[in-house]
Ligand binder design. Structure first.
Ligand SMILES: [Zn+2]
Length: 327
């Protein structure tokens, strides 16, 4: 697909400078570089600024929030790479901050619209949920945000060795955890998910999960299982959820999706029939939607169907299906 990398989080060619991760002297020199900057994350939310919160906000790596952390227990920051001027970029998690007096009502909700202002950071630099602001970020900021959120989220849930249970330690500038007890080495995980544009003639298959806002439908999706190809995962998920058999499957575009650690593989599949048999344990409903109905939904003018959410690969694939630009 020619436009594959134009998807949100489609990448910006960031120089990750992986060869510098294991070099302690280079890491120390880069952290002391006056051009170096550090991105802060708090409970999965990113520090952003601007009138529409359209830019990542940065602090110096020498800032006490980076070097000491809110509770005085800061770990090594994550080395994200080098920007186009060669300036080193880092990320640090300050989730230990208690956020006293801040609006915490939206945390963990379907869409978190709350913002938190740390008292030691400039006015206007706030922590915001990535799903809310992802379509406003530049491709570079989006790649940095997705990378930092996924790696920091992995550290937060992998503090102990999966082999022996001992507490593990950050190494390789945040790109690895090592176990001092058994020598085990652990690497940030990315979980493959297939999301599929299943068509039959001029209709596309859409489904909805329980609890979604009324009228919201999306493309079917599911985790790839061990020992399975992407093609097999597409056919299995569609058969399980909607009872539809799928013939030819092709790959279209991929999207890092750091909620918390997925890589979405956008695929196209040709349904062999339109007969539906929904599994109520997996999805609440599945429907075939014609091209003209999808056009109305995208225009916000469909009586029952909400438009797909911008930024998600489902929106991107449907948009390209409508524009006939899937090739
Ligand atoms: Zn171990």
């Amino acid at each position: 697909m020619k436009t594959a990398e134009q998807v949100t989080f489609g990448g910006s060619g960031l120089d990750r400078a992986a060869h510098l991760r294991g070099d302690a002297m280079a890491q120390a020199q880069m952290a002391a570089d006056p051009k170096a900057r550090c991105l802060l994350l708090w409970r999965g939310k990113l520090l952003v600024e601007g009138e529409r919160l359209e830019r990542l906000a940065w602090v110096a790596p020498a800032h006490p929030l980076v070097t000491e952390g809110p509770g005085g227990e800061a770990e090594t920051p994550i080395f994200l790479g080098l920007d186009d001027t060669g300036a080193p970029l880092f990320a640090q998690d300050i989730s230990a901050w208690g956020a006293e007096g801040q609006d915490l009502t939206g945390l963990g909700g379907f869409v978190d619209r709350s913002e938190q202002q740390h008292p030691d950071l400039p006015e206007g630099q706030v922590f915001a949920e990535l799903r809310r602001i992802m379509t406003r970020l530049s491709p570079r900021d989006a790649e940095l945000a997705a990378t930092a959120k996924a790696v920091i989220g992995w550290h937060a849930s992998h503090r102990f060795c999966a082999r022996c249970g001992a507490r593990s330690e950050i190494s390789q500038a945040g790109w690895q955890r090592g176990c001092p007890a058994c020598g085990g080495q652990h690497f940030p995980r990315t979980d493959p998910v297939v999301i599929m544009l299943i068509t039959h003639g001029d209709q596309v298959l859409m489904g909805r999960s329980p609890g979604w806002p009324e009228g919201m439908y999306s493309l079917l999706a599911g985790f790839v299982e061990p020992g399975e190809t992407l093609e097999a995962a597409v056919r299995r998920e569609v058969l399980e959820e909607a009872g539809v058999r799928v013939g030819a499957v092709t790959y279209l575009s991929s999207q890092p999706w750091p909620f918390p650690a997925s890589l979405m593989f956008g695929c196209a599949g040709e349904a062999l029939s339109r007969d539906l048999k929904i599994d109520p344990l997996e999805i609440e409903d599945a429907i075939w939607v014609s091209r003209s109905d999808m056009m109305l939904a995208f225009a916000g003018e469909h009586p029952r169907l909400l438009p797909a959410r911008k930024g998600a690969i489902a929106h991107f694939l449907l948009q390209n299906w409508l524009a006939d630009t899937l090739d």
